[in-house]
Design a protein around this ligand. Sequence first.
Ligand SMILES: Cc1cc2nc3c(=O)[nH]c(=O)nc-3n(C[C@H](O)[C@H](O)[C@H](O)COP(=O)(O)O)c2cc1C
Length: 173
Amino acid sequence: MELMKAIALRKSVRAYNDEQIAEEKIDTILSAGSAAPVGMGRFDNLHITVIQNKDIINKISAGIKAMMKREGDPLYNAQTLILVSSKEAEAPGIDYTNASCVMENMLLAGADLGIGSVIVWGIAMVVEADQSLKDALSIPEGYHALIGASFGYAANADQKEKELVQKIQTSRV
Ligand SMILES: Cc1cc2nc3c(=O)[nH]c(=O)nc-3n(C[C@H](O)[C@H](O)[C@H](O)COP(=O)(O)O)c2cc1C
């Protein structure tokens, strides 16, 4: 698929069916993450966790519900979560910038494979706040959970491309 088509197809999916993502597709998504730009090429500062354990997914979902005081499943029945963690950055913001680049590549790779996704802020918040969850997820010592997303197959197959328009306030000087 052309890149601009994958960009137009990627949009937040907030209802997933029960179908699991095949291992080789997860591998493709992870390889796309590792192709992202990362400050000084320090890929060793980053860590990715693929979460498919139902008990852990339920625990994260319950944690987000409690934290955000909201009803419904904040993970939208996703069968797979992917979390990017990082060591403390050498300079402010580098950790989040790296993690964002990696995550966006993974979201776009998912779109290319027909796999929906949505960044869910509470995933990283809940994991980072709970050392027992970090241990259960084997997040290495010294790494902080920064960005998590739900991945899966959309319950509603309607996957229209979005119109590519400029929405962000821009100055050209
Ligand atoms: C930092 C960040 C946090 C987000 N947190 C959530 C979230 O907690 N729950 C959710 O449903 N969507 C979340 N989103 C998805 C955005 O709402 C969504 O990307 C935005 O509205 C644009 O829509 P699109 O992804 O369909 O293009 C988040 C996105 C980002 C980048």
